[in-house]
Design a protein around this ligand. Structure first.
Ligand code: ADP
Ligand code: ZN
Length: 439
């Protein structure tokens, strides 16, 4: 049994009986399906095609009748066609990278920003945060949801927020030390990097740095990484999960028991499906995580396939919350990579290469982690003509590709032009990625 003190932001909802929760979810689901059917022609057509109407959805039991939504829907109906509210009701746009060069965007009503802030307030509270804390937000503040999410949650708690955004490590550490920051929000890899830099600077956690906990997420990490971050910074490191399409960070969060992330189930319904058949799987089994939002009004998502692989449990947690927990994300069912917190699809790189004269669409992405920071190398084959061209021309093409990748994907990559026919060919599915971080 844990001897920890567990703080809970909204016990009424976080500790509800499973029966009460199911009843609440059902009411909210019915409302959401009606709203979606009446306002989003694409989803109405999808339901019509399956021969179902909102009247067929009476409880969570009926969820499995509904058609899925996908990331490609956000691209195909970009930017506003999935809105279930008037455009004038939308008070915020957040975005993320899509499967091609275009970002995907999500519109939030005042209600949705509220829901999200509430989820993040619960998240921070679960890590031990109160209004007496000083919260440093070192997630990027911008179109990406990380920074704003953490900011909103801390603001809701009445904590003192330091909205640093990402990068500028020396300055982050100076603020952390001078202000006596107690809670850190950033990606786990950046937390480790901050920790190492703190030690290199000769600063001592507990003496110069007063952090007690951190909420780290937006990318996959491991227990080994947790142990490392906790030792480097002298803190409790909690995992936090989210995605732009559903709300941003805070969809699920760890309590100080640190054994899986509680899902904010009064706001979202989580399912695990078999990725091949789409059939729902029971608790405990690993499969693809699917979310249905039941309180969002701007851009509700029904049975949204995240492509993230994990399992769920409703076993009792010592913290007192009854919310189901999801395991760490163990992989993806598609080829999305997360590099320095940015979603990267090999197809985005391919789009750049196919549009460039002088190179063949034969490439290999090599992802690695150096000094706790992800690196991306793109090896691309030159055509025979290009191979015997002038050095200055080759350099120009090289620069063009690097610039294009930066602008389309949003991160910089090391581009290496290699000789024709030197990228290994495959007879089956092409192997385009070597992810050394997994070793
Ligand atoms: P965010 O800003 O939260 O990263 P995005 O929409 O850009 O949101 O990316 C969402 C994706 O990031 C998820 O589908 C998942 O693959 C990954 N992700 C987010 N949080 C975690 C986490 N704690 N562990 C593993 N993967 C995560
Ligand atoms: Zn718990």
């Amino acid at each position: 049994m844990s001897k920890r003190e567990h703080l809970i932001y909204d016990p009424e909802h976080e500790c509800m009986s499973r029966d009460q929760l199911l009843a609440l979810q059902s009411v909210r689901l019915v409302e959401t399906v009606k709203r979606e059917y009446e306002n989003v022609p694409m989803y109405r057509a999808r339901m019509d095609e399956k021969g179902i109407t909102p009247d067929d959805i009476r409880s969570v039991e009926d969820l499995k009748l509904l058609p899925f939504m996908e990331k490609t829907d956000l691209r195909d109906y970009y930017p506003f066609q999935l809105l279930a509210s008037q455009k004038s009701e939308i008070v915020r746009i957040q975005g993320s990278s899509g499967t091609t060069g275009k970002p995907i965007v999500a519109g939030y009503t005042r209600n949705d920003v509220n829901v999200w802030s509430n989820m993040m307030a619960r998240t921070l509270t679960a890590a031990g945060c109160t209004r007496d804390d000083i919260v440093q937000v070192a997630y990027g503040l911008g179109l990406f949801t990380g920074g704003f999410g953490a900011y909103q949650g801390a603001d809701r708690l009445g904590a003192m927020v330091v909205p640093m955004s990402s990068g500028n490590t020396q300055r982050q550490i100076m603020m952390m030390k001078d202000l006596g920051v107690t809670l850190l929000c950033c990606t786990p890899s950046y937390a480790a990097y901050l920790g190492e830099t703190i030690h290199e600077m000769g600063l001592v956690p507990g003496k110069d740095i007063h952090l007690k906990a951190g909420c780290f997420g937006a990318e996959p990490w491991t227990e080994a990484m947790r142990v490392r971050i906790e030792a480097l910074l002298g803190i409790d490191a909690c995992d936090i999960y989210g995605l732009t399409e559903i709300a941003g960070p805070g969809v699920a969060f760890e309590c100080l028991e640190k054994h899986g992330m509680h899902i904010n189930e009064d706001h979202v319904i989580a399912e695990i499906i078999d990725p091949a058949t789409g059939e729902p799987l029971p608790y405990g089994q690993s499969g693809e995580l699917v979310f249905t939002t039941i309180t969002k009004t701007g851009m509700p998502m029904l049975r949204y396939r995240t492509h993230d692989i994990c399992s769920l449990t409703v076993e009792k947690c010592a913290c007192g919350r009854t919310l189901a927990r999801m395991s760490r994300i163990t992989g993806r069912t598609d080829d999305m990579l997360i590099i320095r917190g940015v979603n990267v699809f090999p197809s985005q790189i391919e789009t750049v290469l196919v549009g460039t004269q002088g190179v063949a669409p034969h490439y290999m992405l090599i992802v690695d982690r150096v000094n706790d920071s992800d690196t991306l190398e793109v090896q691309v084959e030159m055509t025979e003509d290009m191979f015997s061209d002038t050095v200055s021309h080759i350099e120009a093409v090289h620069k063009h590709i690097a610039d294009q990748i930066k602008s389309v994907v949003g991160i910089s990559a090391k581009v290496t032009l290699v000789a024709p026919k030197s990228v290994p060919r495959s007879e089956g599915k092409a192997k385009r990625v070597i992810d050394k971080r997994k070793l």
